[in-house]
Design a protein around this ligand. Sequence first.
Ligand code: UDX
Length: 433
Amino acid sequence: MAEREPIGVVGTGYVGLVTAAGFAELGNEVWCVDIDAEKIARLKRGEIPIYEPGLEELVARNRSRLHFTTDIADALANARLLFVAVGTPPTYSGDPDLSAVHAVVDAMPASDRHALVMKSTVPVGTGAAIKRHFAQAGKGDFRYVSCPEFLREGSAVGDFLNPDRVVIGDDGDWAGDAVVELYAPLDAPLVRTDIASAEMVKLAANAFLATKISFINEIANVCEETGADVLEVARGMGLDRRIGPQFLRAGIGFGGSCFPKDVLGLKQLAGNSGYHFQLLNAVIEVNELQKRRVIGKLHKHLGSLVGKRVALLGLAFKPNTDDMREASSLVLSARLQADGAHVVAHDPVAEEEARRLMAGIEFADSPLDAVRGADAVVLVTEWQQFTELDWNEVAEAMAGDVVIDGRNALDPEAVRAAGLRYEGIGRGRSGSA
Ligand code: UDX
């Protein structure tokens, strides 16, 4: 095997750590840099600060090739390519906060043998702005490559090793060639393009997927009024190859660190350049309303929620992650409490994170502890533990009989056979198939 190029990765969050471990698996020496000394100390001890299936094993297997440091100079001394995977969280306006990206850019020395490879999701035009900045600071020979990341939390390791495509936006120089070379062993379709287009691919792809979810959620809402079952509708639609079966799962809305931020970010980007992106406004609004529809369903079955005990099964924004960013559970639990309900919740891994973000709710150690004495149960995150529940046991433990399936992940027949009232999202008239 030809000698693999050493690389630096700045930022050891989901994207940075998976990218680092993934390239180490491909044989690259990787210098991982983070300003959080505590995090670096934990990583040096072999502890993985996030929950991501397969990541701990991947890091352990490639320990000898992974170097952890708080000093960016270590990465600069050992690697030409510095991947940037720092956070770009949304600000109050919806424009992403690029201060962490700027801090990395400012830490770069003048050099004609280094390049930044941007993995963090940034607005279109960021690459051009950084190149301008380099030129003004007398660092015009520093190269820049946009290489957006598409991995999903919960399946990030598999997504890294088996991507649908690799997108590389560059100026056609040595740095772009080197990034192409890095990804070559994955044998994925390559889209090599200009920097602005690469930046836009990421935003447009996420906005499109979010649109698909809001679309099917609206179809689900109409199904409830008209007697159709959204699962059957999605099945029929998805077989059309132009539509495809994925991202047609109706539910209580999308969350996570990417979709809400990127949809808003693209809307703002368009607005900043004078274009009103009408469709994205609707995608965002539908998603906000969708999180709240469960409240209406509970009112329909229980009347007033004052003093009612409501059990939430799952809190993370989706299964197989402890990530609570923009999770539908945050809005749902706050709305329930505002309506006077007592909220008790169980999540197999997100509890620690949830405790930081949610006030006034009770945490249970198991699904059965959560549903004990509950008037209603809401499936919020479709963890496998919940889809495999014994509904007779649940029925026995509950005080009431209402089960709202916020992800259409339960078997309605099994729930009903236990004597419970089942209601999903878009499952025929009044939401129950
Ligand atoms: C997403 C993109 O898929 C990924 O390419 C990008 O890099 C980052 O954003 P992720 O946030 O990890 O990844 O989650 P994903 O699995 O895409 O789900 C996002 C949200 O949409 C979740 O809240 C999920 O519950 C919801 N969703 C997804 C639906 O409600 N219905 C669907 O059909 C699919």
